[in-house]
Design a protein around this ligand. Structure first.
Ligand code: 13P
Ligand code: SF4
Length: 305
């Protein structure tokens, strides 16, 4: 009978035989972390994608992440771990809507959260991720910025960079935007000593109460390096599990039991197994033109970040 151990061993053997690099986003499950060559936040994954040596990259995460890998390494075969794994935020604004906004605000630089489709990126000037956003926005010469599509992240950046006029447009992450200040007060009353660490995709009423606001990797580093012993985590709940693994002497509690990204949760260890057997996943294909035009704003992100 197959066990996690036998499947894991087969994956490790196959990825070596077929020269495959497995990149996993931090929201993937612990068993996937353990077979990955690199685990990180969106910015770390982009950096890694640009320098990996293998000819095939398997991205365990959501579609825009696999598209970013393909754009940075067009000569490579790039697989998305599960064909249905998309980020709902990536499509909250259409190409036509963005084109219309650019006509309304011709003097604005368009900054896109990396959680956008490749087609949208072709119309943008620069991409940002949660860990690189503040630095990149500070480094843009223009002080008028149109920010798509996460209004919570856009608002948070605007509060960190008050010298710029930042106009956030469109939407937000359904999982993060559902958390609110009452949950913070309730959790703080249960665990008064605990530090509150949250992702900038949360509403302002949540980030304003936090001890630390940052990317998935940033939250993990803060918790590992902190002398505090307990933490309330305001991001996808897989991070609670990973932190508990990494720091058994500390305690971690989810700010909300419901902060679960159903798209990130789609990929299982058996999906990875199927990808390596050629019976699963989806190979990412993008037109030359989309890759060329979308690459400009990703390259600008890597330069300014
Ligand atoms: P990070 O860039 O912090 O990994 O976030 C990606 C994401 O989708 C958060 O919801
Ligand atoms: Fe998209 Fe939110 Fe899931 Fe991140 S957590 S991938 S922003 S839906």
């Amino acid at each position: 009978m197959n066990t996690t151990q036998t499947i894991r061993d087969e994956i490790l053997k196959l990825k070596k035989e077929h020269d495959v690099c497995i990149l996993a986003h931090a929201y993937q499950s612990q068993d996937i972390w353990e077979v990955a060559d690199y685990v990180g936040d969106s910015y770390g994954l982009s950096l890694q994608a640009a320098k990996t040596g293998q000819q095939t990259v398997l991205l365990c995460g959501v579609r825009f992440m696999a598209e970013t890998v393909k754009i940075l390494s067009p000569e490579k075969k790039v697989l998305l771990s599960h064909p249905q794994a998309g980020c709902p935020m990536a499509q909250q604004i259409s190409v036509a809507e963005l084109a219309a906004l650019k006509e309304t605000y011709p003097d604005y630089t368009v900054a896109a959260y990396i959680n956008t489709t490749s087609e949208l990126k072709t119309l943008c000037d620069v991409c940002v991720t949660s860990s690189s956003a503040v630095k990149i926005i500070q480094n843009i010469e223009n002080d008028h910025i149109l920010f798509i599509p996460d209004c919570n992240l856009g608002g948070w950046i605007a509060r960190q960079v008050p010298e710029k006029i930042i106009r956030p447009v469109a939407g937000g992450c359904p999982a993060h935007a559902a958390m609110h200040a009452d949950q913070v007060r309730q959790m703080k009353s249960l665990f008064p000593e605990a530090k509150l660490l949250v992702h900038p995709e949360c509403k302002a009423e949540v980030t304003e109460l936090a001890d630390y606001v940052g990317s998935t990797t940033g939250i993990m580093e803060y918790a590992k390096n902190s002398s505090a012993k307990s933490f309330i985590i305001g991001t996808e709940n897989s991070i609670v599990e990973h932190l508990q693994f990494a720091c058994p002497d500390k305690r971690f509690y989810p700010l909300s039991k419901d902060c679960i990204c159903s798209n990130m949760k789609l990929t299982t260890l058996m999906d990875v197994w199927h990808c390596l057997h050629g019976t699963g996943g989806e190979e990412i294909t993008l037109s030359e033109q989309v890759m060329k035009q979308a690459r400009r704003c990703i390259d600008t992100m890597l330069t300014l970040g």
